[in-house]
Design a protein around this ligand. Structure first.
Ligand SMILES: [Zn+2]
Length: 430
């Protein structure tokens, strides 16, 4: 789950003061007119009546979307893997993974930077203002370290800075399987690299560093213990892929005698810092463990659909109060509106009902879904000045009543309605 940097440290280089006055200001529940957003030092200092400022005629402002799970380089597969290879007539997640490995094998620091920049620029154009990069390609193709062992992670950071998007970089531990260039020799040597990366990124105003383990299949039990402990000790976001495919659950049961989330709980990996990516096939007990430990879930519906993973147990996640975020993962599609829509639409298909994902006292799934997408309720004083501008004259919004706009975003538009983004109060895309 995304946590915006606390205090003013992360925003120190922004000293401008400006007030933006849109036609409408949107939050998870509705839209207001006659309201300005004043920004100082990269944060929102005031939301309220404003007479003077930059008028955004015909536009609405809303919080920027958080993309909580990304493998930027995988955007290179877009359109290239939507047909059967004659040698593999049964195409599924595992055969897709072979093609993804072939792409990963050819990456260099320069191509990581370039591919990531393209991906991040597309995210900004679609309304994402922050991204969590789950970064697991670390070394040369033969597995030896680059002269700078964090060369590829730093390339992702530089790409985010080139594009102007806020980044949470997660160096990802990989011990076994995959390609040699994914792997580190020990949890200690991996965590030393994380230490170095955290130190290097200090003072980079839009960048934070957390930590991750790739999956249960990629790391042994001892690594989960060490990485979980490291995350808690330094109070870092800690992510892991889990329960995406039935086969990985079977393998976990065979090797460890329990299901993935049970193993995460037993090794101390689960805490309120932890985000489980996918949780597609999490059972009741696993979901209870997530709730008891205060852990979050990140859903990636367009990727999960494209890979044939299955459906998020969205109703059970909501019932338990497990915090939810979304990510575009493989970037088969980069559109936050579509990710949110898929969560509710899949819940409707499965239940054969409408307006399914309702929190207590709410009669529409819209506020729940927008909070999941934005990581917050709306634009408030003290919050980060990460905003998106929406074109109220876009064909998909023309004629929509003001009070219906939040739901129109979730159910009736694509990313084409986004005409600008501000990160820490600076316009980075228009
Ligand atoms: Zn992923």
């Amino acid at each position: 789950m995304w946590r915006f940097p606390a205090g003013s440290g992360g925003f120190a280089r922004y000293v401008v003061r400006r007030t933006l006055i849109p036609d409408l200001l949107l939050d998870a529940h509705g839209a207001k007119c006659g309201v300005g957003v004043t920004i100082e030092d990269g944060r929102i200092s005031k939301v309220g009546p404003a007479a003077e400022g930059e008028r955004l005629t015909g536009k609405a402002l809303a919080p920027g979307f958080v993309n909580d799970h990304s493998h930027a380089f995988q955007r290179g597969l877009r359109g290239a893997v939507e047909r059967i290879e004659p040698s593999r007539p049964h195409d599924d997640f595992w055969s897709w993974r072979e093609r993804m490995y072939a792409l990963a094998d050819g990456l260099t620091p320069d191509t990581v930077r370039e591919a990531s920049r393209l991906c991040y620029e597309e995210m900004l154009s679609a309304g994402y203002t922050s991204v969590t990069e789950f970064h697991y390609v670390h070394h040369r193709p033969d597995g030896t370290a680059y002269e700078d062992p964090n060369a590829l992670g730093k390339a992702a950071v530089l790409a985010a800075e080139d594009a102007g998007i806020r980044l949470l970089l997660l160096p990802v531990a990989y011990a076994q399987g995959g390609l040699p260039r994914f792997r580190d020799v020990s949890a200690q040597s991996f965590l030393r690299r994380v230490d170095d990366l955290r130190e290097w990124s200090e003072g980079r105003s839009l960048v934070d560093v957390g930590v991750a383990a790739h999956s249960i299949r990629a790391v042994p039990r001892g690594w989960l213990e060490e990485i979980g402990e490291y995350g808690r000790r330094h109070d870092l976001p800690v992510h892991i892929h889990a329960d995406e495919q039935l086969r990985e659950i079977e393998e976990c049961r065979e090797e460890h005698g329990m299901r993935p989330v049970e193993l995460l709980a037993e090794t101390g990996f689960l805490s309120s810092n932890t985000t489980l990516i996918h949780a597609t096939h999490a059972d009741e007990r696993e979901l209870n463990l997530l709730a008891e430990n205060g852990a979050s879930v990140c859903a990636c519906p367009t990727t999960e659909g494209n890979l044939g993973d299955g459906f998020l147990p969205a109703g059970a996640i909501l019932e338990r109060g497990i915090p939810l975020s979304v990510g575009s993962d493989s970037h088969v599609r980069v559109d936050p509106f579509e990710e949110l829509r898929e969560i509710e639409t899949n819940a409707r298909r499965l239940s054969r009902r409408r307006n399914v994902l309702l929190t207590r006292n709410e009669t529409s799934p819209t506020p729940y879904l927008l909070r999941a997408g934005w990581g917050r309720e709306g634009l408030k004083a003290g919050g980060p000045a990460d905003l998106i501008e929406l074109d109220l004259s876009h064909p998909s919004l023309v004629g929509v009543e003001t009070g219906h706009l939040p739901s129109a975003l979730v159910f009736g538009v694509g990313s084409g309605v986004v005409t600008g983004t501000w990160i820490a109060g600076e316009r980075t895309f228009d």
